[in-house]
Design a protein around this ligand. Structure first.
Ligand SMILES: [Zn+2]
Length: 318
């Protein structure tokens, strides 16, 4: 099951709690699925067009419970492989005027009076704004699997509907934007926080949890990557300084033939020459008696200082 399906499954199992929200959800479903049609002479047809049978049962019950209307159910199935069955819930002719009135579907200023999105009155209450977003997602939404990316989109066919969705998101503290794609207007949210907040707001809590789990795992993985990069940087630094140390030790050995150097220095010089790839800790363990990493570092530093001093002394004076 895709993440989109998971979220939609969860949303349709969340009961609508208020009459006002039910009206907002139904109005959104009709208008965003292109279900309001003008039939001439002041007559309209109302339907909800769905690509998911489960969602059709959800809206069927919602309409029956809150509007007291029974819709007809028609499926348009293309039998060819891979095509989804479209389900159409249609209001009976005698219910249409009442539904138009209750759901405020008529928009005087729009072409043929067909509203592009739920009226301001229908989504006035904060609870109804949430209901609108939930229904809009059920009808037009898609959300990427969090393993892949954080992206939630709702595609609608009019710029007005897109703007209305975008504004409603903003009123709910969600940062949504609009892009166009093949004559569709796509309202999108592209951040882990944004997608997560949308899921919580609309009531997809299990999906939100799943998103957060993936996010934590990703963070841990990124943290491990950072750690690994850090380790390899350290290794590189160790290798570089080991190269410099070996040069210093060879120079010192050549210049002094080991004479006049303290025993610990000679020991460290020969251990380093014999074990060019060993870590400081490993070198410390080879010392007699064994010493710690910082002790080794200290000794190597003093070897390099002495080499530097001898080099300086060896420079011809101009
Ligand atoms: Zn409400």
């Amino acid at each position: 099951m895709s993440f989109t399906d998971e979220v939609k499954q969860e949303l349709i199992h969340r009961e609508c709690e208020w009459d006002c929200c039910a009206r907002a959800e139904i109005a959104a479903a009709i208008l965003l699925s292109g279900g309001l049609s003008f039939r001439g002479a002041g007559r309209y047809g109302i339907s909800i067009n769905l690509s998911r049978p489960a969602a059709s049962r959800y809206y069927f019950s919602l309409i029956k419970k809150y509007l007291g209307m029974t819709t007809g159910i028609r499926t348009h199935g293309y039998k060819r492989l891979g095509e989804r069955t479209q389900v159409e819930l249609s209001f009976s002719d005698e219910d249409v005027p009442g539904a138009m009135e209750i759901l405020k579907l008529h928009d005087e200023s729009a072409l043929f009076g067909i509203a592009a999105h739920p009226s301001a009155e229908i989504i006035k209450n904060p609870c109804c704004k949430t209901a609108f977003l939930k229904s809009a997602f059920l009808i037009t939404g898609s959300v990427s699997s969090p393993e892949r990316e954080y992206s939630l989109t709702m595609s609608v066919s009019s710029p007005e509907a897109a703007q209305c969705l975008c504004d409603t998101c903003a009123k709910k503290g969600l940062n949504a934007r609009i892009s166009t794609n093949r004559q569709k207007y796509v309202v999108y949210i592209k951040s882990a926080e944004g997608v997560g907040s949308f899921l919580t707001l609309t009531g997809a809590n299990a999906a939100r949890l799943r998103l957060e789990n993936v996010r934590i795992m990703k963070d841990i993985k990124n943290g491990t990557n950072r750690q690994t990069n850090c380790d390899s940087n350290n290794i590189e630094r160790t290798v570089k300084s080991a190269g410099q140390q070996l040069a210093d030790i060879r120079f010192l050995a050549e210049a002094t033939k080991g004479e006049g150097l303290p025993a610990w220095m000679r020991e460290m010089m020969s251990l380093r020459l014999e074990n060019p790839d060993s870590s400081l800790t490993e070198l410390g363990e080879l010392c007699d008696p064994p010493i710690g990493k910082s002790g080794v570092n200290n000794r190597l530093r003093r070897i390099s200082e002495m080499a530097a001093k001898l080099r300086a002394d060896a420079q011809p004076v101009k």
